[in-house]
Ligand binder design. Sequence first.
Ligand code: GDP
Length: 298
Amino acid sequence: MFDTLQDRLQSAFKNLRGKGRLSEADIDAVAREIRVALLDADVAVPVVREFIANVKERASGAEVSQALNPAQQVIKIVNDELVTILGGETRRIRYAKNPPTVIMLAGLQGAGKTTLAGKLALWLKEQGKSPMLVACDLQRPNAVTQLQVVGGQAGVSVFAPEPGNGVGDPVQVATAGLAEARRTLHDVVIVDTAGRLGIDAELMQQAADIRAAVDPDEVLFVIDAMIGQDAVVTAQAFLEGVDFTGVVLTKLDGDARGGAALSVRSITGRPIMFASTGEKLTDFETFHPDRMAGRILD
Ligand code: GDP
């Protein structure tokens, strides 16, 4: 996903090789190249502005280091700043003191929520948990069946509305699912919700109503990393409409520019918790800001 950005940053650093000391002009030049590389990768403008200001400030004030030459120092500063915009620390799931832990998924249609529900369930199972999926996407034809399929692949229980019961009320399904999970002693409940192709007041209200009904421990906003600059607007809309405790980036295996992925933490103030990197249930990982920064600069 970050191939172009990676190449552009490498070529910016190349100009610093062999320099014994960095002048202000050198710093300005490398900062300009990094800035263009980030903007071309679709990183949001305010995020780029702060990133560059920090790099310049730290590069100008950099102590003469015995261990690192100027090029290495700049690379280290850029690495540190990438880790910062990606959230610094790895943020893990906060499990409820009294199970079940409720994890609600929200996001646009096609973001990868239903697939993620299966991935997360499988991952939780591998952590020794006993998850149950609850199908509250009653909007999209086949969403319930799709959840049953991924649940089957992950080998976990799926709570779904009875067929033939009309469209059904997603809030009631969520509440009934939670009660069923309590009764059957599942310790994590993953609530899949409906998405629309665009941001929509009714969708937000429905997600907010489900949230109010099940009082989740985590609300994960699922976002397709390939949607570019739209990611910022979408993330802000979900932040205001539903609010969320963490972000899951999907489709990081894509070849789009990916800057959205680098902006979403700074824009929303919410940590990126997981990354989805393909269509298979195992294409899923905990998001580590330092590892992601390392991958971009590798
Ligand atoms: P939902 O509408 O948010 O529930 O989205 P889905 O889970 O149905 O996913 C939409 C499409 O994206 C499906 O074709 C998935 O197979 C695909 N998909 C989901 N996650 C990923 C991912 O990380 N990488 C790739 N390449 N495709 C994905």
